[in-house]
Design a protein around this ligand. Sequence first.
Ligand code: ZN
Length: 291
Amino acid sequence: MTLRHLPRFALRVIVLLLALPLAAQVPASWTTPFPPFRIAGNLYYVGSGDLAAYLIVTPRGNILINSNLETSPPQIKQAVESLGFKFSDTKILLISHGHYDHCAGSAAIKRMTGAKYEVMAADVPVVESGGHNDFHYATDKTMWFPPAKVDRVLHDGDMVSLGGTTLTAHRTAGHTKGTTTWTLDERENGRTLHVVIVGSPNVNPGYKLVNNKTYPQIAADYRHQFEVLTKLPCEIFLGAHGGYFDLAEKYARFKAGDKNAFIDPAGYKAYVADREQAFEAELKKQSGADR
Ligand SMILES: [Zn+2]
């Protein structure tokens, strides 16, 4: 029997099965273009539908947060240029954490712009090995990415300054050992707005929170993360994925004329509380199962 003789339904099933691994690997929202726009002050959104990237524009050059997928740099470049800025003015490249959906494009962006790559210490071995020594995904080839050399190793509380703008790196680990939440202040209409770009508070499927041999302090790190996030002052709530802060819904309101669409202190508090609850529930479940 040849393919031609298979019923149409069977052919459809085969096509679907062949497409599944790819579809599961990268959700469409990760590559769908999203209109770049100014969030507040000198801070711009230059990411895709769900993979967030942020541009901070200064008179001494620009800072880019997140390089996203290996295929993302041309899309990020286009977003930066369509806002009227030069991609080659990118002087510093930062990331939310060392997973391929936020840092696989870093090697290419370093080549394209000559930007200095500044990464939290505990994620440095991961990004420099292309994910080969990630505590959880080291043997999962689908999570590997082009290695990129780090030019400055960051520690908790370090500042990144350029042209009058200063960002603070908060080590909010657990999701990776060096997950970083970035904060900065923006001026908008005579008002100072505290911006928080959440690195990731999420416990991925399969993460061991108890007796984790490759990351023994994982649960303590998550707890520390929630202590830090709970204390951060926040008016503008952002994160590594648009889904964290309802990017699409807020952008629709913003486009409709709501200048304050991204000012969401209550949404930030609710998100952190919800993620902390999810972590504690998973920890409880795993602690029970471990006995
Ligand atoms: Zn991640």
